[in-house]
Design a binder for this molecule. Sequence first.
Ligand code: AMP
Length: 201
Amino acid sequence: MVDARPHDASPHRLPEGQRHVIFLGPAGAGKGTQAAKLAERLQVPRISTGDMLRDALAHGTPLGRAAAPYLERGDLVPDDLLIGMIRERIKAPDCAGGYILDGFPRTLPQAEGYEQMVGEDANLLVLNLEVPRAELLKRLSGRGRDDDKDKAVERRLQEYEDRTRPLIEFYSRRRQLHRVDGFRPVETVYRDLETILEGRA
Ligand code: AMP
């Protein structure tokens, strides 16, 4: 009997000790798309802090109310809120076999807070999707003209430059960072991520 399943249909496990994957990179770099594909392949949850915050906002929870003004402006939400939210989320049973963080950490205090949570020797895999600024602007504001929206897009990219970019150095020093050229077709980028995950890059 021939096994008709395509070779790559079987779920992969994260290599032992590499159970947390972090996606860095600015808004518009393709983190959400790639994180969702990888989560499906590895059969682990994708934790998107942006989705969690928007959800909290939609449900009018205390967290959502606290985050609302920041979300509207495109500013980063205060670190203590994010750290508390992630600390609770990763305790959930579905995270026991690993998870993918999409949009956290985004500041040095968040990265340090996370390191305290999981321990310094946790073998993180950090994927940095790199996309030129002009392309990011096109992707983020290409869907219509709206001054407020354009301002928020600018703010989000500026927040990235000022507060998230330093994480590249933070994780490079720990030898956990992998740089990926995100200015290519989705499937091409994804193949690179798989190669990294399999330890071949
Ligand atoms: P995203 O969908 O990941 O681009 O996130 C949307 C918005 O949620 C961001 O512009 C921030 O206002 C907020 N946000 C998401 N993740 C974080 C984080 N790790 N730290 C601070 N704010 C965040």
